[in-house]
Design a protein around this ligand. Structure first.
Ligand SMILES: [Zn+2]
Length: 190
């Protein structure tokens, strides 16, 4: 860019300078992202819409599958979290109706839940049947965990199918009998 500035009009140089100042300021003071603005001290286990992102005419809905009360109960153990990730992703990406809309399924770093991102504008109730079906499938699952092989996973031995089933059934109970307090962030929290 420095090489190019020699042939630009003074007005263009001014615009470039302003652009550099603006971009510099943005990189120094980043906004707090929306998921950090949820009051985790009041958050209960449940299924929440974390965000909706619009890209031209496409909307992506991100669901917060919150398995644990943040900071108030033990988090999931890492191997169970990993097994739920493998099984959940396999189920969702094989589902007849939903697989074309599934963008991502994966664990939160804090180990209190998962994110599911789907193409489309949805609310929590829309995906409850899908998730209940998924957790029932996990409960009945037998055999080798998909992707748990050294060529297919970065830590393939790190699995716990029994705890994965236990965590999924415990969480699914919130979905089988959905109550508003487990489906919507309180309005003051976001
Ligand atoms: Zn893995």
């Amino acid at each position: 860019m420095e090489l190019l500035t020699g042939c630009l009009e003074p007005q263009s140089l001014l615009i470039l300078a302003l652009l550099r100042v603006t971009l510099g300021a943005r990189s120094q003071s980043m906004d707090k992202i929306s998921s950090f603005q949820v009051d985790h001290l009041r958050l209960k286990p449940g299924l929440y819409v974390s965000r909706k992102d619009k890209f031209a005419d496409v909307t992506l809905t991100t669901f917060d599958l919150r398995f644990k009360e943040p900071n108030r109960e033990p988090v999931m153990d890492q191997p169970a979290l990993h097994t739920i990730e493998h099984l959940g992703a396999t189920f969702l990406r094989s589902h007849k109706e939903w697989s074309p809309k599934v963008v991502y399924f994966g664990p939160m770093g804090c180990r209190t839940g998962f994110y599911l991102i789907v193409e489309g504008n949805y609310n929590s109730m829309d995906v409850i049947p899908l998730l209940v079906e998924m957790f029932d499938w996990v409960e009945k699952f037998t055999g080798d965990i998909p992707g748990a092989a050294p060529a297919e996973c970065g830590n393939w031995r790190d699995q716990n199918i029994d705890m994965a089933k236990w965590e999924c059934q415990r969480y699914a109970a919130y979905l089988r009998n959905p109550k508003k307090e487990h489906l919507e962030y309180p309005s003051s929290m976001v």
